[in-house]
Every structure is written in structure tokens, then in C-alpha cells.
Design a protein around this ligand. Structure first.
Ligand code: KIV
Length: 266
């Protein structure tokens, strides 16, 4: 059976039907081919490439030109999956700059959606991007681009006030026009609440099994990271090929077998 192209509409339909959405990062054409043939729904060109490709300590040094370069490489091999690309640190600090950066990611890189990190401060930017026909993915919870402000890579939204703030931000982002939301490193109960409350799909990473879908960094789920976060599972084991490991990840997400409690925070 031929695969349908994944669009914003099909993602919302999947959410309504209770069908889980599989998302994986990719940074080049070869891995993208494998991810496509494994039937993953959404490919994210994450600025995690700063760490896993460039060996940087954080995502902060990644430039817009580098994001465009990797997005273009992924776009050449993309077939049916929806292609989302990260707006790097400081490339969306005003609505005008965000329009320019997102426009370049789409025109030069071939992105079909752009992702930005943070809450209420970006509402005007999201309205402008959305108004210009640019699909936007929000990102709340642990914000890797704010690692120095957060004081490290730590779980967010554990206290009642912080949890309410993340929930309020999620609702405000949806009202402003985001089409997808990534929730990173938040307690599973909070992620479940947000996923139920929003109409748009919510994709978790370290956010429990009750999100509408899951994302992992490709190199983490292939066991290449020597110090993986506790929410990661290495799918490249038991003599599997890389393609089989990616397929196993996608199937585990679809069947809600991943993540388990052991990969979640409370
Ligand atoms: O940069 C990235 O890969 C991401 C995911 C971890 C969600 O933002």
C-alpha cells in the first residue's frame, strides 16, 4: 500500500483517532532514507545537531546557515514524512527576524514547518509566522537553548506553579497559531493534561506515554551517545540493523510501548 504524505491535517486526524505519531531527528540524506522507509511520520532537523554532529557542548553555537544546510540534505531524501526544522538560538528574537529566518529555512532548506522554543514571549512572532502561512511547532518544558538560564538540563514543571505556567503557555501558543507542540522533560501527568487540553498534537520527549506522539534524537536511540538521558532507549540491539532499529522505535511509539514508566518523570 502506498504511503500518504503526512500533513498538518493528517497529524490532527491521527490525534483525533488516538493514533500515535512517531517523530525522529535526522541531519543528512542517508539516515533520512532509512527513516522514511521505516514509516516515521515526522522528521525533525533538530539543532541537537550542534551536539551530535558538531561535538558542541550545547545547541547555542548552531547557526541558521548550518540549519539550512542540514535541512536541505534531509529534504532531498524526504518523501512522505513532514519535515520540521529548528530555528536556532537568536534567529527569532524579533517577529521580523523570525519571518526572515523561517522564510530561509523553507525556501532554501525545504522545511515544511519551523520549531521555536519558549512561551508567551513568542506569541506575536507565532501570529506573524502563521499569518504568512508558515506552520510552527512550539517547544515547552526543558528548553535546550535556555540551558544557562535554567541552570542545566533538568526536569521542568514539577511544582504546581511551574506546571500551571507550562499549561498556560501551551494554551496561549495554540491560540496564537502553532500547529504542533514538543514537550520536553516534564512530569508525565502534566504532559497528559496538556495533551488532553490541546486540539493540536503534542509530541513528548521525556514526557511520558500519554502524549500524542514521541520524538527522540536519532543518535540517542541508536545508542551512539555514551551518556544518554534516562528517557532514552537504545533500539539498536539484539543484532538489529539500523533500519530495523528505527522501525522498532516507530512501532514501539505507535503501540504505546515506548516510553515506559522507566523513561518518564513524575
Ligand atoms: O534539537 C532537537 O533535536 C530537539 C528535540 C530533542 C525535540 O529539539
Amino acid at each position: 500500500m502506498s504511503r500518504k504524505n503526512i500533513t498538518i491535517r493528517s497529524l490532527v486526524e491521527m490525534k483525533s483517532a488516538g493514533e500515535k505519531i512517531s517523530v525522529l531527528t535526522s541531519y543528512d540524506a542517508s539516515f533520512t532514507q532509512l527513516i522514511e522507509s521505516a514509516g516515521v511520520d515526522v522528521i525533525l532537523v533538530g539543532d541537537s545537531l550542534g551536539m551530535v554532529i558538531q561535538g558542541q557542548e550545547s545547541t547555542l553555537p548552531v547557526t541558521l546557515d548550518e540549519m539550512i544546510y542540514h535541512t536541505r540534505n534531509v529534504a532531498r531524501a524526504r518523501n512522505h514524512a513532514l519535515l520540521v526544522s529548528d530555528m536556532p538560538f537568536m534567529s527569532y528574537r524579533s517577529p521580523e527576524l523570525a519571518l526572515e529566518s523561517a522564510g530561509r529555512l523553507m525556501k532554501e532548506g525545504g522545511a515544511q514547518m519551523v520549531k521555536l522554543e519558549g512561551g508567551a514571549i513568542h506569541l506575536q512572532t507565532i501570529r506573524q509566522l502563521s499569518g504568512q502561512g508558515i506552520p510552527v511547532c512550539g517547544h515547552l518544558g526543558l528548553l535546550p537553548q535556555s540551558v544557562h538560564k535554567l541552570g542545566g538540563y533538568r526536569v521542568q514543571g514539577r511544582g504546581e506553579r511551574d506546571a500551571e505556567q507550562i499549561l498556560d503557555d501551551a494554551v496561549a501558543l495554540e491560540e496564537a497559531g502553532i500547529d504542533l507542540l514538543v514537550l520536553e522533560c516534564v512530569p508525565d501527568q502534566l504532559a497528559a493534561r496538556i495533551s488532553r487540553k490541546l486540539t493540536i498534537p503534542v509530541i513528548g520527549i521525556g514526557a511520558g506515554v500519554d502524549c500524542d506522539g514521541q520524538v527522540l534524537v536519532l543518535y540517542d536511540m541508536l545508542g551512539i551517545n555514551p551518556h544518554p538521558p534516562s528517557f532514552v532507549e537504545n533500539f539498536l540491539h539484539s543484532g538489529r540493523t539500523i533500519e530495523e532499529a528505527i522501525k522498532a522505535y516507530s512501532t514501539a511509539v505507535k503501540q504505546a510501548d515506548f516510553p515506559t514508566k522507566e523513561h518518564s518523570f513524575s
